[in-house]
Write a protein of this length. Structure first.
Length: 288
């Protein structure tokens, strides 16, 4: 894992325009760096912040996956949506491992992504937490599902991935780097070998097709009984709407991972009305 990749956190500007319009057309990028560690910190990481959030993109047809270490801790990511910018963006345009994965995937039609991180270190019920994308029924997740899933992520995915030089600084890799893994050569570091989007069958589906959006939830163990439902809550983005995760191409053709709220239709209408008004004023001035 090498030098930290730059992560962009979007903030809205304060002004006299309506708040919903601000959230659509008045965003400014704030550059920040992820924290550099010797490898991908797993859900047992100490210090109260849990493990790191990681993005995995995979294709069964290509028999390949890429693990992307974001460098942002679970606790910091949670704070970002609780009281921070309420949006997270990671540009993958220059990510060599991700681009190598795309080259391997070629015309594969099953490219999907999953984004997750957790804290499985505390004995108290509320100390076990997890943030993940969810395409299944979030209300069906039990305390046991969450704890078992975090164990699967650590023991059958991250432990194997962290032995690879590409994301292990002590083995010559880069801090906050990325790992391309293939079936048959990289063991459990290949996402679908054991864990997959249901974390070894212990969780609901957490994946979404590339180019689409998926819900993202914050789970907290409600008590120490495995069969009781975990407490789940959707992350809240700008404007108070539920945040969603998406992996899409930008105008330059590069892939960008983003977690943010989708503006309501009324917000789009308000923005278009504002732009139309600006255009009308400009035309009137030009005609004089």
């Amino acid at each position: 894992m090498g030098l930290s990749e730059t992560h962009k956190f979007c903030l809205t500007l304060n002004g006299e325009t309506p708040m919903k319009l601000q959230h659509i057309v008045a965003a400014v990028a704030l550059a920040a760096s992820g924290t550099a560690f010797a490898n991908v910190l797993d859900p047992l990481a100490a210090g109260g912040l849990g493990g790191e959030m990681s993005l995995t993109v995979y294709s069964a047809q290509a028999q390949a996956s890429v693990l992307i270490d974001t460098g942002i801790m679970l606790g910091d990511f949670r704070s970002l949506f609780a009281s921070g910018a309420k949006e997270y963006t990671l540009d993958l345009g220059s990510n060599a491992a991700f681009n190598s994965f795309l080259a391997l995937a070629g015309d594969a039609t099953d490219i999907r992504f999953s984004f997750f991180g957790g804290d499985n270190s505390g004995p108290q019920a509320a100390a076990r937490t997890m943030i993940t994308t969810v395409s299944g029924d979030a209300t069906a997740v039990t305390n046991g599902n969450m704890v078992d899933s975090l164990n699967q992520i650590k023991n059958n995915y991250l432990d194997a991935a962290n032995l690879k030089p590409a994301i292990n600084v002590t083995l010559g890799g880069e801090a906050n780097g990325s790992l391309l893994a293939q079936k048959g050569t990289d063991g459990n570091a290949y996402f679908l070998e054991v864990v997959g989007p249901t974390f070894g069958g212990k969780f609901v589906d957490t994946s979404a097709a590339i180019g689409t959006s998926v819900a993202i939830y914050d789970f907290v163990r409600s008590n120490t009984s495995a069969g009781i439902g975990a407490t789940e809550s959707a992350l809240i983005g700008q404007g108070g709407g539920a945040a969603e995760a998406r992996l899409t191409k930008n105008a330059a053709g590069a892939y960008v991972f983003n977690v943010s709220a989708i503006p309501e239709p009324s917000s789009y209408a308000l923005a278009l009305a504002g732009l139309a008004l600006v255009g009308a004023v400009a035309r009137r001035r030009a005609a004089k």
